[in-house]
Design a protein around this ligand. Sequence first.
Ligand SMILES: *Cc1c(COP(=O)(O)O)cnc(C)c1O
Length: 372
Amino acid sequence: MYRNTYMEVNLDAIKENVEIIQGICKKRIIAVLKADAYGCGDSHVARAVLSAGASMLAVSSLDEALMLRNEGYEGKILILGATNQEDIEILIKERISVAAYSRAWLEAIKDKDLKGLMVHIKVDTGMNRIGYKDIDEIKEVLETLIAKGCIVEGIFTHYALADDASQVDTNRQFEALKNIVEELDYEFEWIHADNSDASVGFKEDFTNAVRLGIGMYGVNNYGIKLHYPISMHTRITMVKHIKKGEKVGYGLTYEAKEDEIIATLAIGYADGFVRANQGRCVYIDGEYCEIVGRICMDQTMVRLPREMEVGTEVEIFGPNIHLEDMAKDLNTIPYEIICLISGRVTRTYIWEEKALVENARLLKSEVTEVQG
Ligand SMILES: *Cc1c(COP(=O)(O)O)cnc(C)c1O
């Protein structure tokens, strides 16, 4: 790690979060590790969730599933999103479960050899993304898959408004799933609907597993106290004194109102630190410091309230700047902020109280253990 711009992921805290949530929902955990575990590193987060007892991992595509296989994970994986008709052979060979999600998907594969393909039927109970809505169609899908020798191991739906405390829509979606499963009269090993918010906030004992994503990182809308395992940091690369009236950055959009101290940081929008952060604050040595001028591709300027040294660590988000507050400021959600942290940002991990560093991109294969 040479650039000092890094995201720290505390896997011990993720493990504990999974255990806390499992203690609340008392269902099997399907850990959702799509998008490189929301940017946190799928193989690392996998280690934490598996040691917390997760029963299955879920991803969004075959590519993501194969990355986990390549990293040595041999257990159950479910692809939540769409797969292509050409993928069937490899799905069977790699024992990766797929979602049955549309008429066109089934039409495209039904003349292939599907023996041994593991399937979860996706039911659309109101979100209108992917899945089957009509009970007769679902019956037909189930019959076809069984006749073709598939292993139909699960059925699931996804809530569109799990963060809404009234739960009116969640309840309606849940009842729709329940009615369908009861009507099918088939023994599904896995019945799942809850995302993180529903797993801590929505109570029912019909489903038997939850799909846990953002909750692992401490975010939930039901006030459950969890650890915050991720933070992002950089360092000051230069400090300068400017005179009243001098301007800062591309477009010269910031003008010093008095003589000021400006620090440059080694972070920019190419790190996923989007330009909309201009005007927000970062946290440096006990002070909230305003981001002044436009954020550049690799660098950002802030106004310091007092002299600070080059090399001083800067918190982008973490214990003093909450990821959820940052998301509110940016009119987005925590998911988007962490997913956008780019590949060149070094990831560092805490695991069993030891620190691990995974160098970004070019150096990625070097994972070294350092003193904690
Ligand atoms: C992403 C995703 C999840 C996880 O959602 P969180 O809100 O992060 O817990 C669960 N199920 C499906 C189908 C998803 O796409």
